[in-house]
Design a protein around this ligand. Structure first.
Ligand code: IPM
Ligand code: MG
Length: 359
């Protein structure tokens, strides 16, 4: 039976990079018998412009009835002054929460071909292979109450709430431990238990779940130290698990270790492995529409989709091999390009991956 994929390009470079990822999926359909159908929908600023809603009902419906969602990026200068309730980012957060995509997997892998592109010394990052497991539907990004209120003295006060229930911590803990079991069996849980009660509970629940995974070596780290350790000695980490906000921040930090945020894919999954797949970078309005964006993170997100939601491991590997092959050919988008490389645009990079798939 054919599987359905919702394609949501979103805004900015999201539009260009998703075109390249769709090319890759089309190639898998035509040349490798992948049985899928794709349907496009609007999300983010593009959806707001169309209907004043960053997550229209039709898009939510499409995402719900699909087996997987491919998303580009949302947001841009144009929508920055809108009320927070209808900003493009709400479209993305709404999808994550409506689809209950609580487990966000963000691998940070350094391709040897790009070791010199990192701003860190080659010996610090070469061989890097970290998996960040970010809780995605709870914590301070969703906690109530939230808002901006006016105090008695007429001064305004902004407030958000960091909340986690035991069940929310437990389910992300299981994903993290299972992930560690398939890797080097080391898990570092990142919190701020010295200051925040909510993450004191986080630590307690992680320790409780750890009893079911005796083979996994568990450690705990405060988030400030984790940020420092990530740039000091990143190879000490195998799997990291953390809250929504800490994961947001640490994954950008880990991304840069690999040379460019333009290389990193992500998977956001529910309890049944249904997932949304997106690059971890944003919509980069400063370079959008100029054929400058790196489509590899999105193409690698398609590989994650094949692996986790479509049970097509061999095709996932084919895509990853094709990406390696274009890097070996010396092809680079501007974000990862040095003088020794051949600079290509978004479109040419997508075409090169398709050619490598067919080779
Ligand atoms: C990410 C992004 C999003 C987030 C934004 C665009 C809402 O930064 O996926 O990391 O904060 O989660
Ligand atoms: Mg982020």
């Amino acid at each position: 039976m054919s599987k359905k994929i919702a394609v949501l390009p979103g805004d900015g470079i999201g539009v260009e990079i998703v075109v390249q990822a769709v090319k890759v999926l089309d190639c898998l359909k035509s040349d490798f018998a992948l049985n899928i159908e794709m349907e496009e929908g609007l999300v983010g600023g593009a959806a707001y412009d169309d209907s004043k809603n960053p997550l229209p009902e039709a898009t939510l419906q499409l995402a719900k009835e699909s087996d997987a969602v491919l998303l580009g990026a949302v947001g841009g200068y144009k929508w920055e002054s809108l009320d927070i309730a209808v900003r493009p980012e709400k479209g993305l957060l709404g999808l994550r929460s409506e689809l209950e995509l609580f487990a966000n997997l963000r691998p940070a892998i350094l391709y040897p071909q790009l070791a010199h592109a990192s701003t860190l010394k080659e010996e610090v990052v070469s061989g890097l292979d970290i998996m960040i497991v970010r809780e995605l539907t709870g914590g301070i990004y969703f906690g109530q109450p939230r808002g901006i209120r006016t105090l008695d003295n007429n001064e305004k006060q902004g407030f958000n709430t960091l909340v986690y229930k035991e069940s929310e911590i437990e389910r992300i803990a299981h994903v993290a431990f299972e992930t560690a079991m398939k890797r080097d069996k080391r898990l570092c849980s990142v919190d701020k238990a010295n200051v925040l009660e909510c993450t004191e509970l986080w630590r307690e629940v992680i320790q409780r779940v750890a009893k079911e995974y005796k083979e996994v070596e568990l450690s705990h780290m405060y988030v400030d130290n984790a940020a420092m350790q990530l740039v000091r000695a990143p190879k000490q980490f195998d799997v990291m698990v953390t809250t929504n906000m800490f994961g947001d921040i640490l994954s950008d930090c880990a991304a840069m270790l690999t040379g460019s945020i333009g290389m990193l894919p992500s998977a956001s999954m529910d309890k049944n492995q249904k997932g949304m797949y997106e690059p971890i970078h944003g919509s980069a309005p400063d370079i959008s529409g100029q054929d400058l964006a790196n489509p590899l993170a999105t193409i690698l997100s398609v590989a994650m989709m094949l692996r986790y939601s479509l049970a097509e491991e061999s095709l996932a590997i084919k895509i990853e091999d094709a990406v390696e092959s274009v890097l070996n050919q010396g092809l680079r988008t501007p974000d990862i390009c040095t003088d020794a490389d051949t600079k290509v645009g978004t479109e040419a990079m997508g075409d090169a991956v398709v050619s490598a798939l067919r080779a």
